[in-house]
Design a protein around this ligand. Structure first.
Ligand SMILES: [Zn+2]
Ligand SMILES: [Zn+2]
Length: 253
């Protein structure tokens, strides 16, 4: 399984402003930055876009992406999300004001975009992968995703504060290789992290203890202004499995 966090800062840096992962070239997890990839062929290869929740850093480039790649026919792009998120996208983004109503324009007999409802704990099978949505604790309805290609399992809890069901469900998978886990705030902002449904370095340290398997903990979603502080606090933990994501690097599992 090949995974890349799409870079979102220009000129290129380690700072992460937006969230989009690409899995095996054809699946995207979140639409934060896929629409800004300068190689349009890479955008055109993406056929299935999972949206974990509606926060702007996760959907910022989705309208641009769909504009770039829409192609009438049964092979068109599919957007997969919880029903409430699809409803939000239709009502508040693709509403004919912010952006054209792609939901209505796509006719069943000639679609150029499909919407697919994700149900918690009901796996979907796409492009040789089994992807299981599992709710996390982010204040707004958010589905983390567990991606399994039969040989390796990689987890994307998306944005979350301290949570339980996701870790319990993840523990039932064999072959878990890595978790791309968020740390948004340093320890000094623990109140803000709790109020906004995110992890700080302190809660990150307790979350990773909820899983007894040895895995790579790949830190994502550091708020740009705190990125250095978060890095030094996490290094002080000296947890052997913890590393920082490299945007634009392809991870092979
Ligand atoms: Zn969020
Ligand atoms: Zn976010």
């Amino acid at each position: 399984m090949r995974i890349e966090l799409v870079p979102s800062s220009l000129p290129f840096s380690e700072l992460q402003f937006l969230v989009s992962f690409i899995v095996n070239d054809v699946i995207a997890i979140d639409g934060g930055s896929i629409g800004f990839l300068s190689d349009l062929r890479r955008q055109q290869k993406l056929k299935h876009v999972f949206i974990t929740h509606e926060h702007l850093d996760h959907i910022a480039s989705l309208p641009i992406f769909l504009e770039n790649v829409y192609e009438p026919g049964m092979d068109c792009v599919e957007v997969l999300a919880a029903a409430s998120i699809l409803d939000f996208l239709h009502t508040d983004i693709f509403n004919g004001r912010v952006w054209p109503d792609f939901f209505k324009l796509a006719q069943p007999n000639n679609p150029f975009m499909k919407a697919c409802i994700l149900e918690p704990l009901r796996p979907v099978q796409l492009a040789g992968l089994t992807i299981t949505p599992v709710p996390v604790s982010h204040g707004t309805e958010t589905l983390g995703l567990i991606v399994d290609d039969g040989a390796a399992v990689v987890a994307f809890p998306s944005d979350t504060g301290p949570t339980e069901l996701f870790w319990r469900h993840l523990a039932t998978f064999d072959n878990l290789k890595a978790v791309f886990l968020e740390v948004s705030f340093p320890a000094a902002c623990s109140d803000l992290a709790a109020a906004t449904g995110h992890l700080c370095t302190t809660t990150f340290a307790s979350e990773i203890k909820k899983l007894t398997t040895e895995v790579r903990w790949i830190v994502v979603h550091r708020k740009a202004r705190y990125a250095d502080q978060i890095a030094s606090e996490l290094r002080a933990l000296s947890h052997p499995g913890v590393e920082f994501v490299c945007p634009g690097m392809v991870y092979d599992f």
